[in-house]
Design a protein around this ligand. Structure first.
Ligand code: ASP
Length: 332
């Protein structure tokens, strides 16, 4: 029988209604999945994290543990499922996509908008689709199973707090669609890995993201660039990667930060689309700023964090930022 390891970190799916609001309840999720007859042909082993968290509490230590747990159990399981809250699921999915270097198995994140204790919960569907995806021998990547779709983890973003359509990946088509039949879009999947599995444990790094907002944040961004110590900055710019180029103070603070060794990555704050060189105001490479192409903010932050965790030189990190490593971006 195929074995899948489920790492249960918390999130709405296993929560119950309490006087303080929805909260994860230890042991509840285990008792719920034990009742699942429809997946009895697959053996699920469960590791429940202690404490279970609302995913707004996720951070470096959780990511380190998830990567380590997958590494320790890698040879014993066909695939992995991470049960996770939806709020930060796209961040964890991006971290794992980069950290699980050489991945040759499915790692599927899932959760739900309504807890399993609710009779209309979307959790059962999401979970069963995750099991089916984690049982594929030809899926070599990190994905999110949600609302009848399988999305590439490092392309997905939370798009709704109240619809079952909680996640989307606007710049990348889904990896599968679960209807009456399952459409596995295998041509879109990452190819089998040529390299051995060599996970990277995420390390602390000073990475910041700042978003340009007309008339609001420019002075604050200049001050931050001039005064805050950081390793890297993701700058969320307008349209095709544009900034107010008539603001010479902004340009010189960006240039100075790059000269001090800060890696600055340009991504667009527009949901669909990419950074281009179409406008004078988007030609930021002259300042030493790197194009993040069509990466999501989650993917850009995670990519920087994991590349920095490898101990690579800044020069090599900069070169890797605009390269497609795990399907996170479309190269120009
Ligand atoms: N606040 C919850 C969490 O992220 C939301 C959810 O799981 O849907 O843990």
């Amino acid at each position: 029988m195929d074995k899948i390891l489920v790492l249960y970190t918390g999130g709405t799916i296993g929560m119950d209604y309490t006087l303080q609001g929805l909260m994860p309840v230890s042991g509840l999720f285990r008792s719920q999945i034990d009742t699942l007859d429809s997946i009895k042909d697959v053996e699920l082993d469960l590791i429940e994290y202690e404490p279970l968290i609302d995913s707004s509490d996720i951070g470096l230590e959780h990511w380190q543990r998830i990567v380590q747990d997958i590494a320790d159990n890698y040879d014993n399981y066909k695939g992995f499922i991470i049960i996770h809250g939806t709020d930060t699921m796209a961040y964890t999915a991006s971290i794992l996509a980069f950290a699980l270097r050489g991945l040759g198995k499915p790692v599927i994140l899932t959760g739900s908008q309504l807890p399993l204790v609710h009779r209309r919960s979307d959790g059962w569907n999401n979970l069963i689709d995750a099991v089916v995806a984690a049982d594929r021998s030809d899926l070599n990547e990190v994905a999110i199973s949600f609302n009848n779709k399988l999305l590439r983890g490092c392309r997905a973003q939370k798009v709704s707090t109240y619809r079952f359509f909680g996640f989307d990946s606007v710049d990348e088509e889904p990896l599968a669609e679960f209807g009456i039949h399952i459409n596995w879009f295998t041509k879109r999947w990452l190819r089998a890995n040529r390299f051995n599995f060599a996970p990277i444990i995420p390390k602390e790094a000073k990475i910041l993201d700042l978003s340009m907002r007309p008339g609001f944040t420019t002075d604050f961004i200049i001050e931050t660039l001039n005064n805050v110590e950081m390793d890297a900055l993701v700058l969320q710019t307008y349209g095709s990667g544009n900034i107010p180029i008539s603001n010479s103070r902004l340009l010189s603070s960006l240039r100075n930060a790059v000269e001090r060794g800060v890696i600055i990555v340009n991504i667009t704050q527009v949901i669909e689309g990419r950074v281009s060189n179409d406008y004078a105001s988007s030609c930021l490479h002259d300042l030493g700023i790197i194009s993040g192409c069509d990466m999501t903010i989650e993917a850009a932050l995670a990519k920087l964090q994991i590349l920095m965790s490898t101990g690579m030189s800044k020069k090599n990190i900069k070169a890797a930022i605009s390269q497609n490593l795990v399907g996170e971006l479309t190269e120009a």
